[in-house]
Design a protein around this ligand. Structure first.
Ligand SMILES: [Zn+2]
Length: 326
């Protein structure tokens, strides 16, 4: 079997929604068949309705095999009730401790178990890597709202020699503690879904040094109200872009707040170090346009090519970049 993994970072403004699609085919020229569709987080209710559901329909997905909520905050699971047409009795549901307490049918992921569950060794594997987190929480964090962010589920996906890492809204010390475990068990990562929308405490130098991500993906934007948030923060972008770190390119979902960053870093923006899918509009205007897709295909063989797709607002079309690693 040949395998293909698509990772779609859906533009949901301030929030997260990532769709993982695994396809398989019998020979290198056969037809791809979808083997699994997994949704990790769905954004606020308005974003689930306006962004996630149209996106799932566009991908011709009628039912989710697995629905995962990284943690129980509204910008990650607020639209759960609106997803009902995609959630059936056979849809698996995974969440962190508080999600399991609040929502029926949700379970904690099993430790060291590949949650995609394909038998073939060449198929993509997905592991929850945050199982030790409850013990790692700082005592003072347990008393405040940071606790929920710090109990975000984190996952590593392994496929075709690549490693992708995503961790909800983890930040600060917790992320650093976790990175030592991940590096030891799985090695450095190629693709990093930036934790906590690029908050000031996420993606510390220590974390980036240990994990050495090459490509970063940030889900950021407005939250559909007049409330302003500063995600991604300039300090997080500065760390991602620091020459001593290894990030070659940063992809972001469309975000009105980014204008400041672009103005203060025109060179990085123009050189393509920072790519904003869907442009600098608000999510409301750029709905379903600011997505960023990553595709890895085992048929492509040993040249280790991956494709990153985004929406180029200036050219009004999707652009696909070939990227590879030695
Ligand atoms: Zn969040």
């Amino acid at each position: 079997m040949y395998w293909q993994l698509e990772i779609h970072h859906i533009d949901v403004g301030r929030g997260d929604a990532t769709l993982f699609v695994v396809n398989g085919r019998q020979n290198s020229t056969g037809t791809w068949t979808r083997k699994k569709a997994v949704l990790l987080d769905c954004g606020y209710g308005w974003a689930t309705l306006g962004c996630v559901i149209p996106y799932l329909k566009k991908q011709n997905i009628k039912e989710l095999d697995l629905l995962i909520f990284s943690h129980a905050h509204g910008d990650h699971c607020g639209g759960y009730a609106k997803l009902s047409e995609f959630v059936t009795s056979s849809t698996g549901k995974l969440g962190n401790e508080s999600t399991c307490n609040k929502l029926d049918g949700f379970k904690l992921p099993q430790v060291d178990e590949d949650i995609l569950g394909f038998n073939e060794s060449s198929a993509p594997k997905m592991y929850c890597v945050s199982n030790e987190l409850p013990d790692m929480l700082d005592e003072d964090a347990k008393l405040n709202n940071d606790q929920e962010n710090r109990s975000s589920l984190a996952f590593v996906i392994l496929f075709a020699g690549y490693r992708y890492y995503t961790a909800g809204d983890l930040d600060g010390d917790t992320e650093v503690k976790l990175s030592d475990h991940i590096e030891k068990d799985h090695g450095e990562v190629h693709f990093y879904k930036v934790a906590h929308h690029g908050s000031k405490n996420s993606s510390s130098d220590k974390f980036l040094e240990t994990m050495k991500p090459r490509y970063a993906f940030i889900s950021c934007g407005d939250d559909g109200t007049t409330k302003q948030h500063d995600h991604p923060t300039q300090s997080c972008l500065d760390r991602l872009w620091a020459p001593k770190n290894h990030v070659q390119q940063t992809f972001m979902t469309s975000c009105s707040l980014l204008s400041d960053h672009v103005q203060s870093n025109p060179e990085k923006y123009q050189k393509g170090k920072m790519i904003i899918s869907g442009g600098l509009g608000t999510t409301k205007n750029a709905m379903v346009k600011g997505h960023i897709a990553l595709c890895i295909d085992s048929t492509w063989g040993n040249n280790q090519t991956v494709i990153v797709g985004y929406y180029d607002n200036a050219r009004k079309k999707n652009v696909y970049l070939k990227r590879w690693f030695k």
